[in-house]
Design a binder for this molecule. Structure first.
Ligand code: PLP
Length: 401
């Protein structure tokens, strides 16, 4: 067992641990410095300065100006606010173009918009999850208010050509939004050189706490308020600021920028070792997604003839925390909409497990998982009707080690 008796946590696309430096930065704002940043007094002004410092730290991570950052409560709020704002900006344009593999924060909003009479087009992906760019281009026209395409997929880690798509949207006078919740902190992002109008991010995916997010709104783009009330956030997002969360997100952004180059290489090597270790010891397993272009921390592997949930339960006995889909869908037994859009066979969808790493994972933890996986898969296949009566899996006849 690894030294840390608590948990071998490889579910970082669901949420991440708060970095110790982030917690240290936040604590004074939960204890001593509880002033309201909107207050006139010096006590509130001190807090205000820290909120503005966090805005600078976050802006620096994504190559934006501080006044292009609005703090929100989460990635979902940022996604909703951006798309709804775009629709309100030009009421003659009643069309949204997005993809079939977005997070529910965009897909479910799309459904609601359809019920409200908007036209929503969903661009398809191929078997590797790559976007069919031609199909998307054909969908974007002069009726389109907003194109929304995620930067990185939460289930497969696949990356999408958002810089290119932003240019296409602009050529048609449409706004472009990207859900970069899984990309920020994991990949270098420089919005200065892009045609991206809105970008969503979320603190709890980059070692800041839950309940804090942000929306980048490009200078010159009209933002229509989503939360209406007081004058916080330049009068664009009402509600007293979550100061500890904001300070934590600022610190997490600074740390991500500091460690990015080094951690990308280290985490990628751990992910590759995990993937190779599993594929070489577990037969009838395959990687879902596009290995040539994906996040360095994510691998999504399908194991034929077993249920992903059963694998998770057996991993859980060893205190290994992984996921069988996105956190939002793993509460239900609905097959993953992302893998379905990719045309992954049903049997492989049901046997899929996502491992998502962070800079806190160690080589020892990865070896521990590689050691535990083959007996788990073997045992489940022996119990499975496919393993016993259908197509016998190769290892179901092998003696237990
Ligand atoms: N978008 C993506 C790609 C995500 O992975 C998530 C969370 O899993 C969200 C949006 C929602 O973010 P939040 O949990 O901060 O609302």
């Amino acid at each position: 067992m690894p030294d840390d008796p608590e948990v071998v946590y490889v579910d970082n696309n669901a949420t991440t641990r708060v970095a110790p430096e982030v917690l240290d930065a936040m604590l004074p704002f939960l204890t001593r410095f509880y002033g309201n940043p909107s207050s006139i007094h010096t006590f509130g002004g001190h807090v205000r300065r820290h909120v503005e410092h966090a805005r600078e730290q976050l802006a620096a991570l994504v190559g934006a100006a501080p006044n292009e950052i609005i703090f929100t409560s989460c990635g979902t709020e940022s996604d909703n606010a951006a798309i709804l704002s775009a629709l309100e900006s030009d009421v003659r344009r009643r069309k949204v173009v997005t993809t079939r593999v977005e997070h529910p924060a965009v897909l479910s909003l799309g459904k609601v918009l359809q019920q409200r009479g908007y036209h929503v087009d969903y661009a398809p992906v191929n078997h590797k999850g790559q976007l069919c760019l031609d199909a998307l281009c054909r969908m974007v026209d002069d009726e389109t208010a907003v194109v929304s395409v995620m930067w990185a997929n939460n289930e497969t880690g696949n990356l999408y050509p958002v810089l290119e798509i932003a240019e296409i949207a602009r050529q048609h006078g449409a706004l472009f939004h990207t859900d970069a919740v899984q990309a920020v902190g994991k990949l270098p992002i420089d919005l200065r050189k892009s045609a991206i109008d809105f970008l969503s991010l979320s603190g709890h995916k980059l070692h800041a706490p839950k309940g804090i997010g942000a929306l980048y709104v490009r200078k010159g783009i009209k933002f229509n308020q989503f939360l209406i009330g007081g004058h916080q956030e330049y009068g664009l997002r009402a509600g007293t600021e979550n100061v500890p969360g904001i300070v934590g997100l600022g610190k997490a952004a600074e740390l991500a920028a500091e460690h990015m180059a080094e951690e990308q290489t280290r985490v990628r090597a751990l992910r590759d070792r995990l993937e190779q270790g599993i594929l070489s010891t577990c037969p009838d397993a395959r990687v879902n997604g596009n290995p040539a272009s994906r996040l360095p921390n994510t691998t999504n592997i399908s194991f034929e003839f077993v249920e992903g949930e059963s694998i998770l339960l057996l991993l859980d006995r060893w205190n290994i925390a992984a996921s069988s889909g996105s956190a939002c869908t793993s509460g239900s037994l609905e097959p993953s909409h992302v893998l379905r859009a990719m045309g992954v066979p049903q049997t492989a969808i049901h046997g899929s497990v996502r491992f998502s790493l962070s800079r806190f994972n160690t080589a020892e933890e990865i070896e521990f998982i590689i050691e535990k996986m083959p007996p788990i898969i073997r045992r489940l296949r022996e119990l499975s009707p496919y393993g016993r009566h259908g197509r016998p899996s190769r290892e179901s006849t092998a003696p237990e080690k």
